[in-house]
Design a protein around this ligand. Sequence first.
Ligand code: ATP
Length: 237
Amino acid sequence: MSRLFEAQDVTVAYGKIEAVRGVSLAVEPGRVVTVLGANGAGKTTLLNALMGVLPARGAIRFDGRDLARLPVEERVAAGLSLIPERRELFATMSVEDNLRLGAFRFRGRPQEGGSLEAMFALFPRLKERRRQLAGTLSGGERQMLAMARALMGRPRLLMLDEPSLGLAPLIVAEVMRTVADLRGQGVAVLLVEQNARAALQVADYGYVMDGGSVVLEGESRALQADKRVVETYLGVL
Ligand code: ATP
């Protein structure tokens, strides 16, 4: 299978401390790939480096093109999108206006961006709340709006940083179902999660990070059965 996205030997340092050390990973088209790991393993740092928010060493290729030296906006134009842990919505704007801003990169040619109708079909809850201010949404609704807004920009690779953070289990399941739905729409997903149980249920493939490096990788089913993963990440609910 061709590789849509590939990172090779990526290293990120804060001053003298390397928070990510020699990480390599790949995402194939239409696949959900997860990066698991405990607090401080380097997951957020890795995503920020892939998006170009943080400088990094190593190769980052998308569709055969080397993105490693390109600024964030050019990576967005190439089809990358990152939803940070903080979700970063415009709190004093309505759900609908937040969505419209998601298609900002298509200004002047809105027909190329995602449509509000398509987002409302994917997230019916957002349709009910289309005129509500984003800052008044529940945590789960906010995560859904963050995903819908990112999708308005028609990314080919959507990177999510801990979408389950702070959400009740039922809402986590809903968010993960939506992630699985994206596969059917041809969007590849790189999902960073501490909630290994939920992430491995939806992902096709996973990487486990510890101390800044990938210590284990494999098909989700194999990881779910791996003794080290079970003991370290799945043992307690
Ligand atoms: P969490 O799940 O808690 O967000 P993580 O796996 O995403 O953890 P990172 O946030 O990437 O981990 O942090 C990796 C390491 O880098 C940690 O030791 C952290 O303290 C350190 N770190 C993160 N940001 C900075 C920064 N701006 N300056 C210095 N060190 C940092």
